[in-house]
Design a protein around this ligand. Sequence first.
Ligand SMILES: *Cc1c(COP(=O)(O)O)cnc(C)c1O
Length: 359
Amino acid sequence: MTRVYNFAAGPAMLPQAVLEHARDELLEYGSSGMSVMEVNHRGKNFAEVAEHSRDRLRSLMAIPDNYRILFLHGPARIHFAAVPLNLAGDGPAEYVDTGLWSKMAIEEAERLVEVNVVASSREGNYTHIPPLGEWRLAERCSYLHYTPNETIGGVEFHAVPEVDDRVLVADMSSNILSRPIDVGRFGIIYAGAQKNMGIAGLAVVIVREDLLGRARPDIPSMLDYQVHAEADSLACTAPTFAWYLASLVLDWIDAQGGLEAIAVVNKRKAEKLYACIDSSNFYHNPVAADCRSWMNVPFTLPSEGLDEIFLRESAEQGLVGLKGHRFVGGMRASIYNAMPEEGVDRLIEFMGDFMQRHA
Ligand SMILES: *Cc1c(COP(=O)(O)O)cnc(C)c1O
């Protein structure tokens, strides 16, 4: 069997070393006599996984002591509702609209609270980030939500917006752990695991302690971050296998040298792919140069008729998952942490060859 280079946006490629580790202890975790999928989520064996992953994430991201780390079931999208329900209160919720994931977060919040969209790049087809100076920030707000990496449009904030003492909330589903960030600037960070942290079925929430206990009284208890914080993420049966895999991924990131080292590689991978696109008159990426994503690189071919051929021929070379999102069209190469630089090099080589034959 040969493993392919999987450029899919999520579920995404996992490091091979992580899969091998999981395979090697699949039948028996530690000396429990059973797999990690079968151990009690409140027992000693799983406590090791839970504690180890929490400590590892705290050290990798340099998460200050006044933040709680929650490992929760389910999709990132549940937090589009959980965030407004947990931070109910002081003034409208503010949102920055920079792509389809922002838009979905906004639509969900609008069902629950008063929302003020402070800036939007929708008219420009979500290919730039509205400059901070143009954001229509109100006197008061309960929090300000943004999407640091727009997975579909391939738009990324390369700096955390300077918004004073606002409670900043970020959906980091597609760029968590891709580079160092200053967690202390945020009120809440949440992310689904299936892009850069493991497999589907798990989401991580990093929440500043003083924001716990502000939830609306009618909040379903399993959406209440305080309930999960008080129970150390074991209020319900934990998603044990997904949590365990995340723990292995965190160890793998640490073994790569942590986020500083990962960021160097991620930047290099992205820059060479954009250089390949920009130096051709064949491929095109519409995103403004200062906010192109390191994680998701959309690009189009000169005619839609070539898309099917590109997808077929690339798959024959072991380069799969390149079909773009229908909103943007063309291709999208998702090059998360687990995509080896070799995979990007192979893609670039294929793109050069394809262009030669079809230009
Ligand atoms: C993938 C993604 C989501 C949705 O994740 P689910 O776990 O499927 O809910 C939300 N936000 C961003 C930025 C994403 O990339």
